[in-house]
Design a protein around this ligand. Structure first.
Ligand code: FES
Ligand code: FES
Length: 159
């Protein structure tokens, strides 16, 4: 088995595993990055979103072999408890979650959106989060949190 090399949150990694192994499994069980969640395992819920070369993608359906040489960012790569990313701060400020299980995936989808569209409308935010399911029904607070994060980022937060 040949190792597969890629970057995760800015660090080079090399993983020896079957090329068909889902990236989600690699992140959680080989690299200890458990912020990315397992929900359905069938590309239906969005819990497992990560950025792949800047695009939000579901890591449960992405084979290890397809990420060779790519740049992966997980929720751990956004901010820290001490220095949260503006998206993380906005979700805290808006109390945008109940159980919180969906939030890593939602924040990753929102990050991809705000990176390409700094001032999205509410409809654009909703469309960008279309692949993310929140079973707790926190949708309105989640939309508000993304709007708040967009404002914070436009005002220069997180630089
Ligand atoms: S766990 Fe990947 S989409 Fe649900
Ligand atoms: S906050 Fe519980 S699933 Fe979204």
């Amino acid at each position: 088995m040949q190792p597969t090399s890629f970057t995760v949150n800015g660090s080079a990694v090399s993983v020896t595993a079957d090329g068909d192994t889902p990236l989600l499994d690699i992140l959680r069980n080989h690299l200890g990055l458990v912020g990315t969640k397992f929900g359905c395992g069938q590309e239906q819920c969005g819990c497992c979103m990560v950025l792949v070369d800047g695009r939000a993608e579901k890591s449960c359906g992405k084979a290890l072999s397809t990420v060779a040489g790519r740049e992966i960012v997980t929720i751990e790569g956004l901010g820290t408890r001490e220095r949260p990313h503006p998206l993380q701060q906005a979700f805290l400020d808006e109390q945008a979650g109940q159980c919180g299980y969906c939030l890593p995936g939602i924040i990753i989808s929102a990050k991809a959106l705000l990176d390409r569209s700094p001032a999205p409308s509410r409809a654009e935010i909703a469309a960008a989060l279309d692949d993310n399911i929140c079973l707790c029904g926190s949708h309105i607070r989640i939309l508000r949190a993304v709007e708040r994060a967009a404002r914070l980022l436009r005002e220069g937060a997180g630089r």
